[in-house]
Design a protein. Structure first.
Length: 369
């Protein structure tokens, strides 16, 4: 212990050291940016990642965060330290390049929160009216990256995202998880609520709450939870299922908080860009394929290649192809990275049994423990 003025003086001199060190780090980051650009210019193998260097490197960030927790002796806890470094790295990214991230808007959606948690305060976030517009923004080069909801632990896959993954040429660069707490926001009393707006996922995650507390209210699906909040703010007797952040953003009261049916309710998001990141030794890949449905065993043969290559399958989805009735596009998620030999072999083998196969991307496994 010491007297307050001298303790504060100590903080002042430490802050000066920290500022100098932060600027030293920022300068190294600028040097990394310049090196990446010249490597890209030299590269002639035509890979898009090298032609257009990627400033956001989730694989490298994973190494940094792992090291931070190993070196951390306290009293700061790892969460605080990670949050500080999230912003240091966010600033580092924006020094190297103007980075923008499209997300399902308007501001206040869970996508917005997830994007912000992943890339920090120094990059630009660009709201889009619907999930397909997030893909459009990246495909047309209007934003550097896009963030889309992929699946929820309570309500399952986000079909709009799967339907757009069916067509896209973007690549998945990272995944991220967000614990989702749903709220009922309205400027009316619970007993006066006649209409409830939300995204289908929002309504799907609070079914028990709604059946028990507002069984007669009309449930209306809209493009996003924050759009629901905007609409609810315009009408008496209307409510929205969305995040608590929307209360202050759109001038609504929190009628009920944490109303999700399952307390561990979590949404998984995918960050899309023009290329995947390098392998981290703990990656997963998402693969899209179609099979000839008239050929007995085609789907089974297509899936067996993963077992043959000792690759674990963690998720499988199918969506109507929209080309022909009762024709499906399949999505499988497997362990490994597209640059791993066994994943490459599996894809090669799949091509024997499938009509077409496309690796949608490989990304570091970020599943929460
Ligand atoms: O190592 C890199 O490739 C960097 O660009 C540097 C840096 C950093 O600030 O540490 C910046 C952004 C990346 O997402 C990862 C790391």
């Amino acid at each position: 212990m010491g007297d307050l003025p001298s303790l504060r003086q100590k903080i002042d001199s430490l802050d000066t050291i920290i500022v100098n060190l932060l600027n030293e780090r920022a300068q190294v980051s600028l040097d990394i940016g310049a090196t990446k650009k010249s490597l890209a210019a030299e590269s002639s193998d035509g890979r898009s990642e090298e032609k257009q260097p990627h400033v956001y490197m989730p694989s490298r960030e994973k190494e940094i965060y792992d090291k931070l927790s190993t070196h951390n002796r306290g009293p700061l806890n790892n969460d605080s330290l990670n949050a500080i470094f999230r912003e240091i790295i966010s600033a580092s990214i924006s020094l190297q390049q103007d980075v923008s991230v499209a997300y399902l808007g308007p501001p206040g959606t869970f996508s917005h929160q997830a994007a912000y948690d992943k890339l920090g305060d120094s990059v630009a976030y660009v709201p889009q009216k619907q999930i397909s517009a997030v893909f459009d923004a990246v495909e047309k080069g209007r934003t550097t990256y896009g963030l889309v909801p992929y699946e929820n632990s309570t309500f399952g896959s986000v079909v709009e995202t799967l339907d757009r993954l069916m067509l896209t040429e973007t690549k998945i660069r990272a995944e991220t998880y967000l614990t989702v707490h749903q709220c009922l926001l309205s400027n009316s009393k619970l007993s006066d609520i006649k209409k409830i707006y939300s995204h289908p996922q929002g309504l799907g995650q609070v079914q028990s709450y709604l059946s028990a507390n507002c069984p007669n209210a009309e449930r209306i699906t809209v493009k996003s939870t924050a759009e629901a909040a905007q609409l609810a703010a315009l009408e008496t007797g209307a409510a929205a299922i969305c995040s608590s952040i929307c209360a202050s953003l759109y001038g609504l009261e929190i009628v009920a908080q944490d109303i999700e049916d399952v307390k561990t309710n979590t949404t998984r998001f995918l960050l899309i860009g023009t290329a995947s990141d390098r392998p981290t030794k703990n990656d997963r890949s998402l693969i899209r394929f179609t099979v000839d449905h008239r050929q007995p065993g085609a789907l089974c043969d297509g899936l067996k290649v993963f077992k043959d290559q000792n690759l674990n399958l963690s998720k499988i989805d199918s969506r109507p192809s929209r080309q022909r009735p009762w024709h499906y596009v399949f999505f499988v998620e497997c362990s490994g990275h597209a640059e791993d030999e066994n994943v490459q072999q599996a894809v090669k083998d799949m091509e024997k049994y499938c009509l077409d196969v496309c690796v949608l991307g490989s990304y570091a496994d970020q599943r929460p423990e």
